[in-house]
Design a protein around this ligand. Sequence first.
Ligand code: ATP
Ligand code: MG
Length: 338
Amino acid sequence: MATRIFSGIQPTGQKHLGNYIGAIRQYVEGQDRGEAIYCVVDLHATTVPFDPAELRRSVHDTAAILLAAGLDPERCIFFRQGDVAEHTELCWLLSSVTAWGDLNRMHQWKDKRELLESRQGAFLSAGLFLYPVLQAADVLAYRANEVPVGDDQRQHIELMREIARRFNERFGGVGRDVLVVPEHRIPEVGARIMDLQRPDSKMATTGGTEQGTVLVLDEPEVVAKKFRSAVTDSGTEVRRGEGKEGIANLIEILAVVRSVAPEEIEREFEGSGYGDFKGAVAEAVVEYLAPVRERYAELRADEAALERTLAEGAEKARAIAAPVLADVREAMGVGPPR
Ligand code: ATP
Ligand code: MG
């Protein structure tokens, strides 16, 4: 059987280079490698304070970025999470085999909780706590084998695997697994793109610096300026190493954009100054993102077409998820017997 790949992406219109390199690039490649299923996770977005009209817009923004980046509805299943009710139903069913203590240990929960609590009066939803269960349901509803996401999702994928194992143990028969335990696929290069201004923390939608975060839809001049002002170190060598997180990050980025190993970049820029090197990275990234920006403008302008694409995708997704849910309900004794 072909490898089934699943990934969900947050509907933040502002996708950054880290998202592109760590995730989106892999989604596109996944279409050639297996049966690829991708969704824009509007339900996950409701776990932190949000605006309903803005949520709708962001789903369209994100869908247009993904399609512009190369997701092809003929070669993958691409839909909006909230259109397929199996995700939420499975989330509830899986919560019975998810340990409260495990959820309470998740770094993302702890970090976002802290962030929200530091903002006076910010509402901390139960949904934020359950986020990893919904994420597990997203993947397990399709019996996907592989989840291509960045290294920052390691803990959530581990929990998802544990949930699948526990479900099979508790509700599967001898030699009869109901759910597939998926593998985490982390990109070899670019799994963690760092903030250009704070190279010790990852480029991120929440909590990153504005100058240090390169957006996929940034104007070329803006991209160039962000790279020119990237924080480096007091040394002179274009090489990765202790205390050289800034330069190492730029090396990784250029390696990905050029599809070569980081070592090759180090060899090429031996003896070059930081200024020249940054210029080369900026130029390469601008060229890398330009076609995405152009296609995005076209796709985003036609909301009716975007909605049609998402609706067709949801129908295909449901066709896979519904029988899995039927098996889960049957195994758990929920609803009438089959
Ligand atoms: P947030 O700060 O709200 O968590 P984010 O910028 O981390 O947002 P996500 O929506 O959490 O973005 O992640 C989307 C995908 O991009 C995930 O697969 C994640 O692993 C990947 N990703 C996010 N940031 C980076 C990064 N700096 N480098 C590589 N991959 C990344
Ligand atoms: Mg994240």
